[in-house]
Design a protein around this ligand. Sequence first.
Ligand SMILES: [Zn+2]
Length: 138
Amino acid sequence: MDKSRLVLPERIVKDMVKLAKTELPNECCGVLSGTNLQVTTFWPLVNEAQSPLYYKVSLNEYLKVKDEISRKGEQLIATFHSHPKTRAIPSYTDRFNHPDQTILMLILSLKVTPPELKGYYIEDVHSYVPYPIVINSQ
Ligand SMILES: [Zn+2]
């Protein structure tokens, strides 16, 4: 993964905030796809854990969405989930369950106002670095 930055349309950020608020008190989750680190599509997923502390996606649903993303000619760029009551920092569980290094992790925290959105490159379960996000208003 090159040390570039993730470009995110403002409309998708709004959709993510909306989903995070709708799913309260639980965490919400989803994935983002596009090309060359430019996000174009947001795919909300079901948090099967229905928990305020973590999320769980069924493998079936994940694979189905991955398939739809390839059919659109896009790449899976990042996972997304919300933190209802904590800051936007990856938990041990988040890092442990992260699918792979080529996918970024976005976390939206509702602990602060306005909600805080952070991106991370997850190297392994013990190592992660902030990844810059640029929001554009197209
Ligand atoms: Zn988390």
